[in-house]
Design a protein around this ligand. Sequence first.
Ligand code: ZN
Length: 276
Amino acid sequence: MALWDKLTSRGNIEDRRGQTAAIGGGLGVVGIVASLLYSFLSGTPIDVNQILTQLQAVQPAQQNLTIKDFEGADNYEVFASTVLGSTTDVWRNVFEQNGTTYPEPRLVLFRAATTSGCGIATSDVGPHYCPADQTIYIDETFFIELQQRFKAQGGDVAEAYVIAHEVGHHVQRELGTMDKVQQSGNSNLSSINLELQADCFAGIWANSVAGLGIFQPGEINEAIDAASAVGDDRIQQSVQGQINPETWTHGSSEQRVKWFTTGFDTGDPQACNTFS
Ligand SMILES: [Zn+2]
């Protein structure tokens, strides 16, 4: 367990885990596709009907959850808020050094499904960032899947890396990189560059909090292991039983580890130029 108590900043968190998913109205296919582009996990292509069917399937489970289960700030909420706050400290500094201000992102905790500025956020997509409302959406039960299905060792530093990666997408939005990539036509290659840069940005964050003495010896390996576990090759191997590099959206395990490590070792955002 990293020494999160040493960090005093907190992020802007909204806890919707006790709410029944409010689905319907304003669903945009484009929004769902856009949110998939920035999702942490790439999987097989998802069609909207499939998502809606799955949403109906999850409704009964939702009824077991009441707002009482998440009254007050539980451990996960405090953890997410602390990690988010620490990313803000890092990026606020970087932006200030460049003479600009860093607008904080928001983070919504949910179960199964919730509405977002990009349409519906579902757990299937995994943790993701919606540029339209500058908000990160996380159903933290994803981390159980990450361990069970994708054989990641897990751990709090691994989970923090995921939040820092999504914050990396927010940074890309604020820098205008995301717009540029979208205007260039959304090729798989652009998507991979964007994702690898978000991994590198997560490394920048890790470098900074490591400097504050947050990680205990060896704990950074949890993040490196998670970056490896969510490589497209490893996911395809476990989901489809075969590897198709032409359909990759996030990069291989090796690439993801390489870019996270680049950010972590250098602490220099300039080193995160995955587009060159
Ligand atoms: Zn991503």
